[in-house]
Write a protein that binds this ligand. Structure first.
Ligand code: SAH
Length: 231
């Protein structure tokens, strides 16, 4: 088993969801990776099995309780578990292809999906949760974010992608957005394929693609050129 994911969630029925189909689903079936979910509510006590409570200091919404979440984490990931503990969170470090690549060569991940307003700060600190964001927008829960992260990781696991080479040319892998793609028909609605691509001159094609990638990145994501932050 190369990658073992455990997802802590109030909605385990959302999994495997999209991860059960296509590349990730085939790899799951083949045992290239393993996916396990834990129902956080199973670790709640009391008649109502509350997993959340009102925010200290007042305000709207509810907060996930530290004690309940800690019990769920401790059961899923006892001391000595080498897997990183991630908390999907809009306050987290934005997920990059570099972090995805690191995770893919590791033993797996324990992923906590938040709901409501988020989780009690104390459990983040006490259990060393690494907050990971998938972008500057707010989801209603961490589950789709966990699926995004796992999809990105699983496609990098050995044997998952048919054509291994295609992963290395992808957007972000070299700090650039990818060049445009074309396929048959050669003429579609009067639009033709750039001549260089049908020339058979591989050096020229590589040069053209590189130039296109640089131009696109310059136009759309100059921040990538400035910081090299996907590296
Ligand atoms: N009140 C919080 C948002 C809570 S959204 C705030 O303003 O920061 C509820 C849950 O959805 C979060 O706990 C988190 O697990 C998940 N979530 C929402 N947006 C996310 C994002 N951009 N990336 C990762 N997880 C996100």
């Amino acid at each position: 088993m190369s990658f073992h994911a455990t997802v802590l969630t109030l909605y385990p029925e959302m999994f495997p969801g999209p991860l059960g189909l296509s590349l990730a689903g085939k790899a799951l079936e083949a045992g290239t990776w393993a996916l396990e979910t834990a129902q956080i509510r199973d670790f709640a006590t009391g008649r109502h099995r509350n997993v959340d409570d009102t925010p200290a200091g007042g305000g709207a919404g509810m907060v996930m309780r530290a004690d309940v979440l800690a019990r769920a984490i401790d059961a899923a990931s006892p001391e000595g578990d080498p897997r990183p503990r991630l908390l999907m969170s809009p306050r987290g470090r934005p997920l990059t292809q570099a972090r995805v690549r690191e995770l893919a060569v590791g033993p797996g991940a324990v992923i906590v999906c938040g709901r409501f307003e988020g989780v009690d700060q104390r459990v983040i600190e006490a259990r060393g949760l690494e907050e990971v964001s998938i972008g500057d927008y707010i989801l209603s829960g961490g589950e789709p974010a966990a699926q995004v992260l796992l999809d990105a990781v699983v496609r990098l696991l050995p044997g998952v992608m048919g054509n291994e080479a295609s992963g290395e040319e992808e957007s972000f892998e070299n700090g650039l957005l990818e060049h445009p793609h074309y396929t048959r028909p050669a003429d579609w609605e009067g639009r033709t394929i750039p001549e260089v691509l049908t020339s058979g001159n591989h050096a020229m094609i590589a040069k053209w693609r590189r130039e296109q990638a640089e131009k696109l990145t310059h136009e759309r994501r100059p921040d990538l050129l400035a910081t090299g932050k996907t590296k």
